[in-house]
Design a protein around this ligand. Structure first.
Ligand code: HEM
Length: 509
């Protein structure tokens, strides 16, 4: 009898499979449709408005990231649908800066989602890609001293060394007949070379060459673009990058890539010779952290954290310096105010030949311009994402069930009229001088927040506070196309192009 039942079951299953095989053209869309309707109508998030495509699939997020301007899409959907928008079956985007603070606050249990898991290196996650919060906390604790402001000040000389190289390149362009300078590219090369110096005591050679050596910067942007898109549907990473066949495509091997190659070389050199570094760069500080706690901060962590610093810190800092330059140069009155402040500070001995951190802090107009650049064009264009803890949580008066993904986009949050004033779309440094700057600063998210606050914030701020005053004091610059918007697309970071200027020397002229 049992044998008979089993045979019957088998033939039914077989018949079903045959029917699916014969009618798959109808069956697959039907299954997708039913799944779409289920997500759209059964989910507890169904009450939140949003694009139709987003309510039943992750296709809206994939499409928006693919198209390259997800930050603008997020601004538009919030304008259309309000402060809470459903952007995927299990994900809502929040526009309220107060809600964002609640979500990002340390210890509230909102953890990183599997979006971050896609970012390499999967076999040994760094501080950015580690999604196990307890492991992340250990890694971050051990890496925090090397990234502290006190340590960063000891690295100021590395930055100055690279600043001098940048200036020698700019000086040459000033003397050329056409005085042409692709300032955007040079700021990009500069940011990478600074990180090479800070992390490995070696420049990558971008400034020296004056071009993107081995297409390394482009490769990072392409990888980030992949990460951003596939991060919306992380399981697809198994089809692509985690697919074993990937390893057989030579140009896709991470080890071939300039930045990784240099990081590996430096690691090997130091492991082999084992002598203490004369220059206490980031890598040697991370070796020290490993020596103090070899089981908690492993050898693999040294590499992952140092390598991750280049990935996380170069495009972001370059993008911020480009935004600053573009907005200041675009407005003659703002540019004139800034130059006046820099000239007066220099004349009164308050701004050295190589500007120092503390001096830059005493330049209120410069600080206002920098904050305004970070407000209007935060360097991360994609939303950052957190999971609601399993018990669910109330955010801004709304209850969200456990497992809901909460998306926060800096471009949206920094345009909140209640916090930043009636004209959030305008680059207006004065808002930081006349308004409640302390309150506005509490709601700035350009460096993220809480337990995942950017670990490189001190380095990025030091670098920008030393470089931008120098650049704007010592050089006269004019945008080649002042009426055109700066071109950009968001991979994970906002990658900009077209910041081209005519340049001449100011002080040495
Ligand atoms: C202006 C420059 C920079 C900006 C705007 C920026 C922005 C951010 C943001 C928004 C986050 C939070 C991401 C999230 O929660 O998903 C973040 C995290 C991070 N950033 Fe930066 N960053 C900058 C520079 C740097 C630099 C120079 C480094 C390293 C040298 C760096 C390394 C990291 C790391 C490792 C994380 C992960 C922190 C964690 O999860 O605990 N960043 N950054």
């Amino acid at each position: 009898m049992a044998v008979l039942h089993a045979e019957e079951r088998e033939s039914t299953v077989l018949a079903l499979l045959k029917a699916i095989g014969a009618y798959w053209v109808f069956v697959v869309p039907l299954v997708l449709l039913v799944r779409f309707a289920y997500y759209r109508y059964v989910s507890p998030l169904r009450k939140y408005p949003g694009p139709l495509l987003a309510s039943g699939s992750r296709a809206w997020k994939v499409w928006s990231t693919w198209a390259g301007h997800t930050e603008m899409d997020h601004i538009r959907i919030h304008e259309r649908y309000g402060p809470i928008v459903r952007i995927a079956p299990d994900e809502v985007s929040l526009a309220s800066p107060t809600a964002a603070r609640e979500v990002l606050a340390a210890g509230k249990g909102f953890h990183k989602t599997d979006f971050y898991w896609v970012f390499p290196p999967p076999e040994n996650p760094d501080i950015f890609t580690e999604i196990r919060e307890d492991v992340h906390a250990i890694k971050k604790r051990h890496a925090s001293h090397p990234y502290s402001m006190a340590t960063m000040h000891t690295m100021a000389l590395f930055i100055e060394d690279t600043q001098r190289l940048l200036m020698s390149k700019l000086d040459r362009m000033c003397k050329a007949q056409d005085q042409y300078c692709n300032l955007g590219n040079y700021l990009h090369y500069f940011a990478f070379d600074v990180l090479g110096e800070v992390a490995f005591s070696r420049k990558f050679g971008f400034l020296e060459a004056g071009f993107d050596v081995e297409g390394a910067i482009k490769t990072i942007d392409d990888v980030q673009w992949y990460d951003g898109i596939v991060g919306q549907i992380p399981e697809w990473d198994y089809v692509f990058r985690r697919n074993p066949l990937w390893k057989f495509v030579p140009w896709l091997r991470a080890g071939n890539f300039l930045i990784t190659r240099m990081a590996v070389e430096e690691m090997d050199k130091r492991k082999r010779f084992g002598k203490p570094q004369e220059r206490k760069d980031l890598l040697s500080q991370l070796f020290d952290a490993h020596a103090k706690a070899p089981d908690a901060f492993k050898e693999g962590d040294i590499f992952a954290v140092a390598h991750g610093a280049i990935m996380a810190g170069s495009d972001s800092t370059a993008s911020t310096m480009q935004s600053f330059s573009y907005h200041v140069l675009r407005d003659p009155a703002i540019y004139a105010n800034l130059k006046r402040e820099l000239d007066e500070a220099t004349a009164s001995g308050k701004l050295s030949e190589m500007p120092q951190w503390s001096e830059a802090q005493s330049l209120p107009y410069f600080q206002a311009c920098l904050k305004e650049a970070m407000r209007l064009r935060p360097a991360v264009g994609l939303n950052i994402c957190r999971l609601v803890p399993s018990a669910g949580a109330e955010i801004g008066g709304q209850f969200f069930p456990g497992g809901t993904r909460i998306a926060l986009n800096g471009w949206v949050l920094h345009r909140d009229k209640e916090i930043f004033g009636h004209d959030p779309e305008t680059f207006r440094p004065e808002r930081w001088l006349e308004g409640d700057a302390k309150m506005m600063e509490r709601f700035m998210f350009q460096f993220g927040g809480g337990a995942h606050l950017c670990i490189g914030k001190n380095l990025a701020l030091l670098e920008m506070n030393k470089t931008l005053p120098l650049l704007f004091r010592d050089y006269e610059m004019q945008l080649l196309r002042p009426d055109e918007e700066l071109q950009y697309h968001s991979t994970f970071f906002v990658v900009q192009s077209g910041l081209e200027v005519r340049i001449s020397q100011r002080r040495k002229a």
